[in-house]
Design a protein around this ligand. Structure first.
Ligand code: UD1
Ligand code: MG
Length: 490
């Protein structure tokens, strides 16, 4: 039978009472994705004719996650058991002859394992083939009753186990391959005879076996693949396995990870050869790291794009930003979204950036806020420089040219434009508007007051006709500046 005859059914309608959560179980996350997305993704390589996800609790949110992955949602209302959930999927399954059925809460299963299960089902000409696992602690799972070495007679749920059956450590993963023409009649004979009055899909196995149909069990070679997430502890364990797999894949690709168990990496993250990731790092979202980078301890990168030979010193936080080759940031740098740090630039400690471009070789090494700012190449932004980009109502840009020197403690009131080669020796402070005054200090601590009438501070700093304002090196030229500003010096 080709995959053209195979459909996939993912049972994802349950609430997940044991998680004690207002969120449906399959919307909880492990390994950087929701459980249901993980399961659908494991099935994509099987190229089945149809993937049906049975939804119920928070159906809209679940459907919105799986539909972009090519699945169709089928609504189960109320959620009265896995057997009923399977019946809900019947119509959307169309003309499929067999179905691979998976629970939405066992996301670790690999496509290769599913392919092997389907092959065993078809080769064995079975009515049902169950993926099972042998666990040291089988508590909480349905147990497999075998009638022979190869054949299964029933699945017994935990709540109905006899003392003898409790010793069985082969468990039902709730992943099965069914021949549908055998399943539907068996399922119609199942009765809801359990304390929840639910229809259990597991009971259809017993019905089929009692009718003499072939029911096989395929034991998973890695029992961790079938772990289900019924509790928060299960979620933590499944997340741990996903993270370990991701780290192993990166290490196989030539990345050094120190104390790997302390490093958390999302599934879409990539990193180049000889990159070193120190302990306690988090690489999140679609972060892409080039070759020979060093991400030092305690740093968190989310949707960051790093070139080659980039160094992220300890305890940096980077969101949605691009760092070109040989950039160095930190320690303790904070890059909020939409920054572009061009090659060889440096951002030092306690520097915050937002929507800013830092030109090639430019440095801002200490205690700064640069927001909505474009800086050219080889400029130096002194300690404590602040771009005042927000007047309480709107945000304004700051533009700084090439080879500019901004002295320590400068407050650049945006919108402002500072031309190539400008040199601001000291700091700008602005006083309340009534004074409309600007205090300009330079290296020799000479101060000049510029008094204006009926000019807002923004006009003082950036009259359109005088942009870019070139702040001269010598104090004498302050007059020129004053003229440019259309103001009188006091
Ligand atoms: C189920 C199996 C158990 C197996 C275990 C493996 C049954 C009766 N038991 O138990 O033998 O060892 O999985 O993890 O199947 N669901 C629906 N609609 C419903 C009820 C559940 O879609 O009405 C979905 C849930 O969202 C979940 C999946 O079915 O994704 C399994 O349900 P769950 O309650 O987790 O079953 P378990 O108790 O884990
Ligand atoms: Mg479960």
């Amino acid at each position: 039978m080709s995959n053209h005859d195979l459909a996939i059914v993912i049972l994802a309608a349950g609430k997940g009472t044991r998680l004690k959560s207002s969120r449906a179980k399959v919307l909880h996350r492990a390994g950087g994705r929701t459980l249901v997305e993980q399961v659908v993704r494991s099935c994509v390589p099987l190229k089945a004719r149809e993937t049906v996800v049975v939804v119920g609790h928070q159906a809209e949110q679940v459907a919105a996650l799986v539909e972009p992955l090519g699945a169709v949602a089928a609504l189960q209302q109320p959620q009265n058991g896995t057997g009923r959930a399977m019946q809900v999927a019947r119509r959307p399954l169309g003309r499929a002859k067999s179905a691979l059925v998976l629970p939405g809460d066992a996301p670790l299963v690999r496509p290769e394992t599913l392919k092997a299960l389907i092959a065993a089902h078809h080769n064995g000409n079975a009515a049902a083939t169950i993926l099972t696992a042998v666990l040291a602690d089988p508590a909480g799972y349905g147990r497999i009753l075998r009638k022979s070495e190869t054949a299964v007679s029933a699945i017994v749920e935990e709540s109905k186990l006899t003392d003898e059956q409790r010793e069985i450590n082969e468990i039902n993963s709730a992943i099965y391959c069914f021949t549908l023409e055998k399943l539907w009649p068996a399922l119609s004979q199942v009765k809801p005879n359990n304390k929840h009055r639910e229809l259990y899909l597991t009971d259809a196995i017993g019905v089929m076996a009692s009718k003499g149909e072939i029911v096989l069990a395929q034991v998973a070679s890695d029992p961790r693949e079938v772990l289900g997430c019924n509790t928060r502890a299960d979620l933590a364990e499944v997340d741990r396995v996903f993270r370990e797999r991701k780290r192993d894949a990166l290490m196989d690709a030539g990345v050094t990870i120190q104390l790997p168990e302390t490093v958390l990496i999302d599934p879409d993250v990539t990193a180049g050869e000889d990159t070193v990731i120190e302990p306690g790092v988090q690489l999140l979202g679609k972060t892409k790291i080039g070759a020979r980078c060093t991400i030092r301890t305690g740093s968190v990168l989310n949707d960051a794009i790093l070139g080659d030979d980039v160094t992220v010193e300890p305890h940096c936080v980077v969101a949605q930003s691009r760092l070109d080759d040989r950039v160095i940031i930190g320690p303790f740098a904070r890059l909020r979204p939409d920054n572009h740090l061009k090659a060889d630039s440096r951002i030092g400690n306690f520097v915050e950036l937002k929507k800013s471009t830092i030109g090639e070789g430019t440095k801002a090494m200490h205690l700064s806020y640069l927001g909505d700012t474009k800086i050219g190449s080889k400029s130096n932004i002194g300690a404590g420089t602040i771009t005042c980009n927000y007047d309480g109502f709107h945000k304004y840009p700051t533009t700084i040219g090439n080879k500019v020197f901004i002295g320590s403690d400068s407050a650049l009131v945006a919108p402002v434009r500072i031309g190539d080669g400008a040199y601001i020796a000291g700091r700008f402070l602005h006083f309340p508007r009534e004074f409309s005054s600007v205090y300009l200090a330079h290296r020799q601590h000479i101060s000049v007051w510029i008094r204006t009438l009926n000019f807002s501070l923004r006009h003082i700093f950036c009259p359109a006709s005088s942009c870019p304002v070139r702040i001269p090196r010598a104090c004498v030229k302050i007059r020129v500046l004053a003229k440019l500003l259309g103001a009188a010096t006091a």
